[in-house]
Design a protein around this ligand. Structure first.
Ligand SMILES: C[S@@+](CC[C@H](N)C(=O)[O-])C[C@H]1O[C@@H](n2cnc3c(N)ncnc32)[C@H](O)[C@@H]1O
Length: 271
């Protein structure tokens, strides 16, 4: 299996707009609401969001009305799409790698990250950076997708694409967004970075989409797009059609609901 390299974090070009308009309504709003509630229960006002993407969680944090938020992401096109969607004086946008944060020590009360940690090549380095910028007692709150088999739309699309291309399987979805979900590994890596009082909870949710929208969202609005564009035998129209056919075979042509599952975690910087 390929490791994907930097391409797996490449939310660039038109991916950003399609991600914001199709992926987010399908599967990202429900976990964002639950993660925003965790942050709302925390003390302090200074919040750093890493891997903020197109701002679905940022908007909810801004709406809480009591946080000053620095929202960061590796990819400028994602933050440009976010700034179009979230117009709030409470938010400052800044391009930043979560593994190398351009902020002083102990400058935030909360660090929060929705579905971004899986993309970090060095997770412990990312956790160490979060710890460094947190004030003593500060909260790290984040989530990661569970295994692909527990996330039906992603699973059906991955199976359809891999069945069509057994010699060159398109495994981005399984490899990266759904490749980091073992609670023992994650809590061990948090401890290695210096965090304590870690909690973790798997949560079931619901995605709502159609076969065409789900296929377009994954094939054109995620880094799977780059993997398809580099593929020796498929192109974007054929891959999107294969993914849509897989979803239609399972769910039909009408709007449908399908299960999602993710792991939500919290950890604290020691006082
Ligand atoms: C699945 S998206 C999640 C975006 C957003 N949090 C949401 O819930 O919609 C993953 C995000 O991680 C960002 N990302 C990838 N590698 C990163 C890194 N090293 N540092 C910061 N952000 C990164 C991508 O640009 C992308 O916006």
């Amino acid at each position: 299996m390929s490791t994907g390299g930097r391409g797996d974090a490449s939310f660039t070009g038109s991916i950003a707009e399609i991600y914001g308009s199709l992926m987010v309504p399908m599967i990202f709003e429900e976990p964002a609401r639950i993660l925003a509630d965790v942050v709302a229960g925390a003390g302090g006002v200074d919040v750093l969001e890493t891997a903020a993407g197109t701002g679905v969680l940022t908007r909810m944090l801004a709406e809480a009305g009591r946080f000053e938020i620095v929202a960061t992401d590796l990819n400028a096109p994602m933050l440009e799409a976010a700034a179009e969607r979230v117009r709030s004086e409470r938010v400052r946008w800044q391009v930043a790698d979560a593994q190398d944060l351009p902020f002083p020590d102990q400058s935030f009360d909360v660090v929060v990250c929705q579905f971004g940690v899986m993309f970090l090549p060095d997770k412990i380095r990312g956790y160490s950076e979060a710890l460094r910028v947190l004030r003593p007692g500060g909260l790290l709150a984040f989530n990661v997708w569970d295994r692909v088999e527990n996330n039906a739309v992603a699973d059906v699309i991955t199976r359809a694409l891999c069945a069509a291309t057994p010699d060159h399987p398109l495994e981005f979805v399984k490899r990266t967004p759904h490749g980091y979900f073992d609670i023992d590994r994650i809590t061990g890596e948090l401890a290695a970075a210096g965090f304590e009082r870690t909690t973790g909870e798997y949560i079931w949710g619901t995605s709502r989409t159609t076969a065409e929208t789900g296929a377009t969202a994954f094939c054109r609005g995620t880094p799977l797009r780059g993997e398809i564009e580099r593929h020796p035998t498929l192109d974007l129209p054929s891959a999107t059609a294969i993914a849509a056919a897989g979803l239609r075979d399972r769910y039909g042509s009408e709007p449908f609901e399908a299960p999602t599952r993710w792991l939500q975690l919290t950890a604290h910087r020691p006082v």
